[in-house]
Design a protein around this ligand. Structure first.
Ligand code: GDP
Ligand code: MN
Length: 410
């Protein structure tokens, strides 16, 4: 789970990381009010979307008067900001963060990540902050500093100091900088983060050390024990399909293809996606309904898959071990009736109670195409897709006519 910059700054500041004074605004008037409350005569207005690269995209505005604050806020709020990370459709700006502007002398980069190879938390830092880390890694990899943290003892003060020396921080700023680094580490560890990035960590002209930008990502599997983090979730920033799926405890990842997948088991779901591609089409999603999927869960899965306007065919692939094919079949039939499904459904059931499951599908009177093997199912799904879209098979004339779906059911 990702959170907004202003939320990350609040969390980090609770761990002693210094940040500029700031407030959230939802309207231009609020933005002006925030600026007035913060005081001073220069402010930075920052679009709050889950994306980096906002500065280059025009989402970070330095303002020198209340009038400018109002104008910039009016421009940003309600607009879609297109950054390098959002894709061409951009992201809707619904909140702004108003901060006291600070005179920057130096911009540093510091990030905490989980390094899967060393199985440790790893700190990456470079004196060339401001830029995206991917660019720095590509352009000047020699400037990257890395510190690996021993999990048994956590980050040590000497490691933080060494890092600060490496970043060229002067003696006068060393205590503040060290405190910021150690604070960010403790926030990472104590809040079950998987990523903390401060870019830039600024040294100001008057010698202060401040986190000017902050990004945090959290381990979804640990959110149950971090209620204060969990409540920061902003569903409007997420793929609506994925947000809905997570409410039902379904493992769902939205993709761009046209064949919706309902599968049990992550491995089988991946194999199903591969087989669809091999048969010449693209999956619309990854979806693992999990073991012991009740008819209700299957129906919820259908709702989510069918809610995607891209989906032209649904492929159900269940290998029942803990699951029971008859339950899955009941779920499929229930969902098909309840939701008046008009697009082709291909179902491949195998394992526990398979005969009963097939019988339920056959006798339902619904036009469900059944398949015996995964390859067979993927091929039938792709054929059905082509018959709906008038795709390659029909154009070539290689396959005679569109299959009558009811007739194909076995
Ligand atoms: P990002 O582009 O999404 O990573 O957004 P950032 O928050 O990192 O802002 C981009 C750039 O805006 C930073 O690298 C700074 O150069 C500049 N910036 C951000 N906050 C301030 C500030 O308080 N004062 C000044 N002068 N510049 C700032
Ligand atoms: Mn940044």
């Amino acid at each position: 789970m990702d959170i907004h910059e202003y939320q990350a700054k609040e969390l980090l500041s609770n761990f002693g990381v210094p940040v500029p004074r700031g407030n959230v605004a939802y309207t231009p008037d609020q933005a002006v009010y925030c600026a007035r409350e913060i005081g001073g005569n220069r402010w930075v207005l920052k679009a709050q979307i889950h994306s980096g690269g906002r500065g280059q995209a025009g989402g970070v505005r330095v303002c020198g008067s209340e009038h400018e604050v109002h104008a910039a806020a009016s421009e940003l709020l309600g607009a879609r900001l297109v950054t390098k990370q959002t894709g061409p459709q951009g992201k809707l700006v619904q909140r702004l963060y108003v901060e006291a502007a600070v005179p920057i002398a130096k911009e540093l980069y510091i990030g905490f990540v989980l390094d899967r190879r060393s199985e440790r938390v790893c700190v990456v830092a470079t004196p060339e902050g401001g830029m995206e880390i991917e660019e720095i890694a590509a352009q000047s990899p020699e400037s990257l500093l890395r510190v690996v943290i021993e999990p048994a003892v956590g980050m040590q003060a000497f490691q933080a100091r060494e890092l600060c020396f490496g970043l060229g921080i002067e003696a006068a700023q060393l205590p503040d900088a060290t405190r910021a680094v150690l604070g960010a580490y403790r926030a990472f560890r104590d809040l079950d983060a998987t990523m903390v990035e401060i870019n830039p960590l600024a040294v100001t002209v008057d010698g202060r050390v401040l986190a000017l930008d902050a990004k945090m990502t959290f381990d979804d599997n640990a959110l149950f024990r971090r209620p204060t983090v969990r409540e920061l979730r902003d569903y409007t920033e997420e793929d609506p399909r994925e947000a809905e799926a997570s409410k039902h405890g379904l493992n769902y990842v939205g993709l761009d293809g046209e064949i919706g997948c309902i599968v049990n088991g992550a491995g089988l779901a991946m194999a199903t996606m591969d087989m669809i591609k091999l048969a010449g089409a693209e999956p619309a999603n990854f979806l693992d309904v999990g073991g012991g999927a009740s008819p209700e869960r299957v129906a919820a899965a259908f709702r989510i898959v069918l809610g995607d306007p891209r989906v032209k065919v649904v492929l159900v692939n269940i290998f029942a071990g803990i699951n029971r094919c008859d339950w899955i079949a009941q779920g499929v039939v229930h969902a098909a009736r309840e939701q008046h499904i008009s697009i082709p459904i291909v179902a491949r059931l195998a394992g526990t109670n398979v005969e009963e499951g097939r019988r339920i599908l056959r006798e339902s009177g619904l036009s469900i195409i059944t398949a015996d093997t995964l390859a067979d199912a993927a091929q039938k799904a792709v054929d059905a897709l082509h018959s709906v879209t008038g795709g390659p098979a029909r154009l070539n004339g290689a396959v005679p006519g569109a299959p009558t779906l009811a007739g194909a059911a076995r």
